[in-house]
Design a protein around this ligand. Sequence first.
Ligand SMILES: C[S@@+](CC[C@H](N)C(=O)[O-])C[C@H]1O[C@@H](n2cnc3c(N)ncnc32)[C@H](O)[C@@H]1O
Length: 245
Amino acid sequence: MHMNTKIATCTKSNKENFSWIVDDKGLALQLVSDKKLKPLRVDFSSTIITHRRKTVSPKQSIAKAIGIKGNYYPSILDATAGLGRDAFILATLGCEVTLIEKHPIIAKLLKDGLERASKIHDLAIIVQKMNLIEGDAIQYMRKLEKKPDVVYLDPMFPERKKSAKVKKEMQILQALLREEDKKEDGEVIQRNLSALFNAALKTAKKRVVVKRPKLVAPILNQKPDIQFIGKTCRFDVYLNLGKRI
Ligand SMILES: C[S@@+](CC[C@H](N)C(=O)[O-])C[C@H]1O[C@@H](n2cnc3c(N)ncnc32)[C@H](O)[C@@H]1O
């Protein structure tokens, strides 16, 4: 059965207007002003994610940054879950991951993607290790009793401006986040970053890992203890957490 039902308009402004659609592939977000743009959905069975799932290895920089070694799989709090792609890779590697996402629309897409994946044989065993919580990670970390080994942060989608290089499927996400940028000025974004990083340092038992674009300065200009350079990004690792707080 093919459904294509617009179920709600979820964000309105002078420029951008988003609506939900539900079709045979689940929930997706559409930009009303540009229906040619591919609707955004979380699909852990997509070709790109399937390729990443099948080729992921403990030798990759994300695995080394997290500290996976032999049979040691640290517990992870992904405090900036987004579309859950990094968390999915970490769960594929064997880690238990708690994901926190504060943006209600992104959290709703991610919840839908996780639910669909839980019904697919090869993916169910992976998403069983992923526990999504909608809310602000700063508040969550302050109240947390059982601390994770690692807090993982990927706070910023690097390109928020319109650019030919931006992948088609990311364009709608960037339109959504541009709306957020208009609501939050630079100072608020900086405060969120600083509070996130400080809460992460207090919460992680062993290390904080921050994903950064390859050539960008470390978060809040805080020099990491180790860096792992990936193909398109970098992972900054903070150890000796007691001394940094
Ligand atoms: C760059 S995305 C993360 C992408 C993610 N690593 C992935 O693989 O899909 C950053 C996300 O962090 C979320 N975020 C930012 N600050 C947050 C906070 N304080 N608590 C929870 N989520 C937050 C944003 O809403 C956004 O969805």
